[in-house]
Design a protein around this ligand. Structure first.
Ligand SMILES: CC(C)(COP(=O)(O)OP(=O)(O)OC[C@H]1O[C@@H](n2cnc3c(N)ncnc32)[C@H](O)[C@@H]1OP(=O)(O)O)[C@@H](O)C(=O)NCCC(=O)NCCS
Length: 178
């Protein structure tokens, strides 16, 4: 299989992005949303990510079809957190295990390092999400703790698994971003 191509997302990708996310909202535990957002809402979220200066990427196949997407966002709004990003990565259900998640997350890390963010946090739902936990481990994330039973979805309690990865020089030098 050819490696997926990674590029910045475009407005016309939102239909595919919304469909991918809708699948995982309805069928997975990675997202703590209970019902899929509309396409309009997904477009507005993308615009907000870009307006915040964060990367928003898609992976495509040879024909240009969107296989998955990933973006960075503020971890928390208080300003001392501003050198830290949270990541999100979602791959179309029919395209998993084809190195798309790896390619997206590698590219996202590179983009965040180039922008001199210093820490990436993965907030993973849930402890049973082996694909996500293994993907993050494979890309250098370390376990930073588990918050047990913090969510309730699909008639069960869900954990949050926190994993972190330094970006660039990490905490060995002071930040250079404003
Ligand atoms: C997690 C997710 C993004 C992985 O994407 P993917 O394209 O299937 O993953 P890749 O093919 O790039 O795999 C990269 C690595 O992740 C790990 N991995 C991926 N799927 C796995 C699985 N089902 N079981 C165990 N490890 C897995 C492996 O270490 C793999 O490396 P390998 O192929 O050398 O073994 C995808 O399963 C997904 O979208 N899941 C639903 C949403 C989600 O959980 N997103 C993460 C939010 S925190």
């Amino acid at each position: 299989m050819t490696a997926p191509a990674i590029r910045d997302s475009r407005p016309e990708d939102v239909t595919a992005i919304a469909a991918i996310y809708a699948h995982w909202v309805e069928n997975g535990r990675a997202s703590f949303e209970l019902s899929p957002p509309s396409e309009e809402e997904m477009a507005a979220r993308r615009e907000a990510i870009l307006a915040g200066g964060y990367p928003h990427l898609v992976a495509t196949d040879e024909a240009g079809a969107v296989l998955g997407y990933a973006y960075a966002s503020a971890y928390r709004p208080r300003p001392a957190y501003r050198h830290t990003v949270e990541n999100s990565v979602y791959v179309a259900p029919g395209a998993t295990r084809g190195s798309t998640g790896r390619a997206l997350l590698e590219a996202l890390i590179a983009r965040c390092e180039a922008a001199d963010f210093r820490l990436m946090v993965a907030v993973i739902g849930d402890s049973a999400n082996a694909p996500s936990i293994r993907l993050h481990e494979a890309l250098g994330f370390r376990h930073a703790g588990v918050i047990p039973s913090i969510g309730w979805k699909h008639e069960m309690w869900l954990d949050t698994v926190l994993m972190t990865r330094p970006l660039g020089p990490g905490d060995t030098t002071p930040p250079t971003r404003p």
